[in-house]
Ligand binder design. Structure first.
Ligand code: ASP
Ligand code: MG
Length: 422
């Protein structure tokens, strides 16, 4: 039997009990004959608490020190987990990201993995140890400083190690039983998905589904690492994320799920002269401020005025930067005004099967209309349709769409085992 990488999230190791429970699970995998490498996140809400603490001592904590601070969270859980495993009579050794060979670029707080050289991990498991690796962290190639990969980065650590160690599977243990057809916190009748292709999973992740990070799925797809998302609280099979090729059951799934996202805001540039170059100037300014935009809509210009409105969505956290950049532009692009709206939600329907199925859009919009939800913006890709609605409508809209596509399960199988959702 081969090597498995298991990743446990913060809610699975939130306290001493959790750590002991996870330790037992890891030992089971070892007893079944696997070589086991474990990636662990910081306990519970530790990372958020450390960020709060930093903000109390400094208005703008330097990136290097922030990373030094945050990586401490994962060091606590990795050492405790190794101790718990040893007390069960099995050999375990913990390693920081740097010791595990996770080499990154130098951008603190959002470092990218450049290379993984897991020599020490390989040796540790070959000598019969369970290797425990601190997730979410690495060391910069250039300056040898400690870096972090961005929030939720432990999943990426796990997949990167699985690729570098040529693991059979990367198991991501979390506080739900897998990937669901909608957020089980919102839709009680959400169904667990047994298999999902990388493409649908990527779309769900970029549409607000939080169970797996986009970056982690992207990495898994690039190296063709199967991911098994499952709960550390139950013994159930979870969701397998992998290649769809040759798997008919997967190819036929019309809709994989409904995702929602309330982290975005909408900016409308009102009264833009409808002539070549204006939109370009607006989005060049936005790009210059390093703001990532999502949906873009331009209205037909009013015949009488020759003016048009351009709306786009962006992360709420980047709203200020974008508005400032647009205000500065006022001297060159003669638009009338700016509107900022952060009371919006995005609802997305994802499924590779919709490519070949007419009527999906109509069913989607009919469901929203029956729920009396107004659509403000629409955008589509080959395998996704997204709409922007009022934030207040989001839960009802998600449930209505979930029902309309026959995704509701007969039983209430969607259990949320832990986590504060922070
Ligand atoms: N502890 C880090 C965070 O909360 C990394 C992770 O959980 O994956 O973002
Ligand atoms: Mg976490």
């Amino acid at each position: 039997m081969g090597l498995v990488v298991q990743k446990y999230g913060g809610s699975s190791v939130a306290d001493a009990e959790g750590i002991k429970r996870v330790a037992k699970r890891i030992v089971e995998a070892k007893k079944n004959g696997h070589q086991v490498v474990v990636v662990v996140s910081a306990m519970g809400d530790t990372t958020d608490e450390l960020i709060d603490l930093a903000e109390q001592v400094s208005p703008m904590p330097p990136g290097r020190e922030m990373d030094m601070l945050l990586t401490a969270g994962e060091r606590i859980s990795m050492a405790l987990l190794a101790m718990a495993i040893k007390s069960l009579g099995h050999e375990a050794q913990s390693f920081t990201g740097s010791q595990a060979g996770v080499i990154t670029d130098s951008s603190h707080g959002k470092a990218r993995i450049i290379d993984v050289t897991p020599g020490r991990i390989r040796t540790a498991v070959d000598e019969g140890n369970i290797a425990i690796v601190a997730g979410f962290q690495g060391v910069s190639q250039e300056k040898k400083d400690i870096t972090t990969l961005g929030r939720g980065g432990s999943d990426t650590t796990a997949v990167a190690l699985a690729a570098a160690l040529d693991a059979e599977v990367c198991e991501i243990y979390t506080d739900v039983d897998g990937v669901f057809t909608a957020d089980p916190r919102v839709v009680k009748k959400a169904r667990k998905i047994d298999h999902i292709g990388y493409e649908d999973m990527l779309e769900l992740a970029s549409s607000g589904s939080k169970v797996l990070l986009h970056r982690c799925v992207e990495y898994a797809r690039r190296y063709d690492i199967p991911i098994h998302v499952r709960s550390s609280f139950s013994g159930l099979q979870g969701t397998w994320v992998g290649r769809t090729q040759g798997n008919e059951a997967m190819e036929q799934a019309l809709i994989s799920g409904v995702a929602h996202d309330t982290s975005e805001a909408k900016i409308t540039v009102v009264g833009v002269p409808d002539k070549p170059g204006e939109a370009a100037a607006i989005f060049r300014a936005i790009a210059g401020a390093e703001v990532n935009i999502d949906m873009v809509v331009q209205n037909v210009s009013a015949a009488s005025t020759g003016l048009t409105d351009i709306s786009f969505t962006l992360p709420k956290a980047e709203g200020r930067k974008a508005i400032d950049a647009l205000e500065k532009l006022k001297a060159t692009v003669a638009f009338e005004s700016l509107r900022y709206d952060d009371q919006i939600a995005k609802i997305s329907l994802v499924g590779a099967g919709m490519k070949t199925n007419p009527g999906v859009t109509a069913t989607f919009f009919e469901a929203l209309s029956r729920a009396n939800v107004n659509i403000e913006l629409i955008s589509t890709s080959e395998i996704r349709i997204s709409v922007v609605t009022r934030a207040d409508d989001v839960n009802e809209a998600v449930r209505a769409v979930h029902t309309a596509f026959g995704l509701d399960s007969d039983s209430d199988e969607a259990v949320v085992y832990g986590g504060t959702g922070r």
